[in-house]
Ligand binder design. Sequence first.
Ligand code: ZN
Length: 637
Amino acid sequence: MATQAVITDLSSALFLPPREMTVSQWADENRVLTGTASAERGQWHTRTYQREPMDAMSPSNPAKMVVLMSAAQMLKTECLLNFLGFIADVDPGPTLVVEPRIEDAKALSKDRVAPMFRASPVLRGKLATVKSRDSDNTTLHKAFTNGAGHVTFTGAISPSGLAMRPIRYVLLDEIDRYPASAGTEGDPVSLAIQRTSEFEHNKKIVLCSTPTVRGASRIEKAWNESDQGEFFVPCPVCGEFQVPDIGDGVESGLCWPPDQPELAQYRCCGCKGLIQDHQKAWMVERGEFRAQNPASSIPGFRVTQMISVKRPWGTLATEFVAARKSPETLKAFLNTVLAKFWEERHEEATDAHTLWNRCEPYAAEVPNGVCLLTAGVDVQADRLEMEIVGWGMDEESWSIAYHVIPGDILRNEVWTDLNEILGSTFAHENGQQMRIKVTCIDSGYKDSTVLRFTRDKYNRRVFATKGRSGEGTIWPHKPSKKKQMPFFMIGVNAAKDAVYDRLSVKDEGPCCCHFPQGRDLEYFEQLTAEKKFIKYHFGFAKHEWRLGADKRNAALDCRVYAYAGLQSLLTSGLSLNKWCENFEAMQQRQARAQRPAVTDDATAPVDGRRHAQPQENPFVAGRDGTGLTRRPNWLER
Ligand SMILES: [Zn+2]
């Protein structure tokens, strides 16, 4: 009798229409957090900014596609997990989850999905392992026991996972990190979406990513086509709804007393009142999505860490100040914290005349600020060209010298001359003599000649290098070999990105490039000879550096190799700023030793003036700028 009852129960469950509930209702009622992968444990509670994105995935919502453009750790993974739980429990169907790499897909299945199905009572037993001798297969393929359907986890690189049975639910995670093509099959996003054609009436496609570079971003295209829901929160003082942003520091946004970002507060764009950390939860609780492109029928949602109650204003401001030191870290901050696109601005700033006009007199061969020297050498049939670059705190750089050594490179003379320069010393403004710490020589042309020169100089860090096109890091983890002789493959695209980013920095300080008076215009024309182009591969944009017609670029190559030399040190564990601190401490010790002892109070300001009294409340400063410095065009580099 008992068996009979069970069978009746099961069959009636199979034929019942799906329960009328939204994904957020389901999660609030049924999802239990384990505390292992996520920081929280206990019953799931949907936050305001998660509710609408999740409910757009519910069967009751007519949307066929949902776009989530989010900062890291805010929205994507938890929404996808809740949706998977909902699918398994309420409305099963064939499901495909795509991560950038197969390793990411395995990790999601093992570390996030499996624990959720174990910890939530309503999900227990609802995900069955598909029997296979291959353990990868059992992680990546699961069957729903509650009716029809299965879930497959795959990486965007493997076409096999994408070209398979019809799919009703497609969950595409971190799409900006997908390759341009899945093997030779074409765009992985289009491939996955094509699988849903048999479920035209009830399919759901979820596209998620943190944004990357404008013009080369998949989520940008999806976001532009969506209704672009921005999350607005009310000011606790005046009630004005706004999307919290870094802002300019005076009119609205994060502001802080000089040099104390950890004390940051948020200034309302309406009443200009200052909002404290403890008021953030109140604001977020009352927040709502407002479509900026209401004509679209595709729901899109953007969420930034500015509204995370776990991220105090002071932490965000401190991270921002640190991130501003280099274009790479600022890009990461924009993408993963603010969920904003990075704008490539190489063209406008790297103009030869502008750079030429910036040439400045140096007080010595090596001016103060420089703590380390590297050199880059370009090899051509009839000459060697070489630049010596000085590096300081936060990769501020000074071009120290540029040499052209004419002569047939198959003869010994040019190499003898080069060896002489590499062994010489350079006079620092502090009175010391400096040597070149690393030299990278291009071996793309006549590699055996170059390798013959470098083979007994490896310990002096005189390296043969070769440019490698395509994506990848600037300095490899280990050398390549030719006839037992080591050389290094350099990611020239990334190196040129870094060099051009630095050339476009206008203000002295982090990443700024200095040039000595007397350097000719031809040098700067070569330095700026390449432009970034967009190449389309399976319809997907990829950036690539190209040399203009009739242009020479030896100066650029030299700078790229000198920068790669710095990278070789950083890759091997050197901290440039630590090195500079030690260098400057040593310089001060030597200066003290040479100077008569100071008899007066050593801490008194040299000009005799007293230090300004600290302001009582540095935030009251307001628009006259007495305590706050405006950050206009803070993105300008
Ligand atoms: Zn206000």
